[in-house]
Design a binder for this molecule. Structure first.
Ligand code: ATP
Length: 363
């Protein structure tokens, strides 16, 4: 199965404000067996997109197809779609087994077949020994596995997830991630997954689609959206800590290009020809905090140390510069000194250039 979202728009009427365009001409294809994650700031239209694919909401314009079948106007039960929310909502008075087989029972599947499906799903989810327990006696992570099992036994054509792990702690998330991946691999259907958690998006997805203000910004592999962001929004949204930006000016000498940032100049991994149209013009330089080194003030952008956030295997150090506060990923044992003058040295090969008006990446 392949899910095709074509030119989908969803507008909400608002009694005391302008109409809200929650999703704006979104086109996206989720291939069979593909795990596609939707990310973006709060209110960018992720849940609305998911609800439209699930059939819980209807687009104002555009279509949703599953293979050749137009499902845009179909109710959820006719779509063969499984949807898993963060709100687990197991039936508290039913055992794990009854919870998992409930959907099949309602659909009239005979008992021996139900048992078989539940046993298979429970084995995949590693909850085979929990089937006779009641939900209240399970941990949050186990409950989410049961909820996953409930969707799984129905062998859906499309799997949708709306922040299924957001209530779980970091350790449980890490445990559950490979389980979700194994299961979705096993089913081999298209998966549309919504999350706020970057680590989840980066580690689980085949592709990540980044939305802002109802519009799709970029869809690509985790590596692609990280290394080749289409614009400064994606550059800043993907990656932690966020990409740092510096207002700069492109200069060229003997065919090579450089950017000046205040009194500091950085040569670029680009020729003046490649930056045609931008020579002698302003640009935004983007660099990841991992690609900024610390040296003398003469070597880089003058900086004053503000604070260190030790994270165990690395430290996030904040510096004050003429460009504002800049975060640098430093060694675990870095201990900044407020009285020392530092210079922030950008790794030239890792700099990215963005158009200062449109935000589009130029190089
Ligand atoms: P979050 O990450 O906070 O869950 P989201 O990216 O999922 O956000 P949506 O919930 O899809 O965003 O909302 C997109 C926009 O549409 C928001 O401005 C929201 O207020 C608006 N919206 C969503 N549902 C409705 C509704 N039923 N009526 C009016 N406006 C709505």
């Amino acid at each position: 199965m392949t899910v095709h979202i074509d030119n989908m728009t969803r507008v909400f009427d608002s009694p005391n404000a302008d109409r809200i365009v929650a999703v704006d001409e979104l086109s996206l294809t989720i291939e069979d067996g593909e795990f596609l994650t939707l990310v973006g700031p709060s209110g960018c239209g992720k849940t609305t997109t998911l609800r439209c694919v699930a059939g819980l909401d209807t687009p104002t314009a555009g279509t949703i197809r599953v293979d050749d079948r137009d499902v845009t106007e179909l109710p959820p039960q006719q779509r063969d779609v499984a949807l898993l929310f963060q709100d687990i909502a197991l039936y508290p008075h039913m055992s794990v087994r009854k919870n998992m087989e409930y959907g099949l029972k309602i659909a009239g599947v005979p008992e021996d077949e139900r048992r078989e499906h539940v046993a298979e799903a429970a084995a995949l989810l590693q909850i085979g020994d929990q089937l006779d327990k009641m939900p209240a006696s399970l941990s949050g992570g186990q409950q989410q596995r049961v909820a996953l099992g409930r969707s799984l036994v129905r062998d859906p054509s499309v799997f949708l997830f709306d922040e299924p792990m957001s209530d779980l702690d970091a350790k449980l998330k890490r445990e559950l991630r490979p389980v979700v991946q194994r299961i979705t691999d096993e089913i081999g259907c298209p998966v549309l997954y919504v999350t706020h958690d970057q680590e989840e998006a980066m580690t689980m997805s085949d592709r990540i689609a980044i939305m802002d203000d109802g519009e799709l910004q970029q869809a690509g592999s985790p590596k692609e959206v990280y290394s080749e962001p289409i614009n400064d929004f994606v550059g800043e949204f993907i990656g932690q800590p966020a990409m740092e930006f510096f207002d700069a000016h492109v200069e060229s000498a003997n065919g090579t290009a450089a950017v000046s940032m205040g009194d500091h100049t950085v040569s670029l991994p680009a020729t003046a020809d490649e930056l045609e149209g931008y020579v002698d013009s302003p640009v935004r330089v983007g660099v990841r905090p991992q690609q900024i080194g610390i040296g003398d003030p003469a070597e880089g952008i003058e900086a004053e140390h503000v604070l260190d956030e030790p994270l165990g295997d690395e430290t996030h150090s904040i510096f004050e510069t003429e460009f504002g506060d800049v975060t640098v990923v430093t060694h675990a044992d870095f201990d900044g000194d407020g009285d020392t003058e530092y210079g922030l040295v950008l790794d030239e090969s890792a700099t990215q250039l963005f158009d200062p008006d449109s935000g589009v990446r130029i190089h």
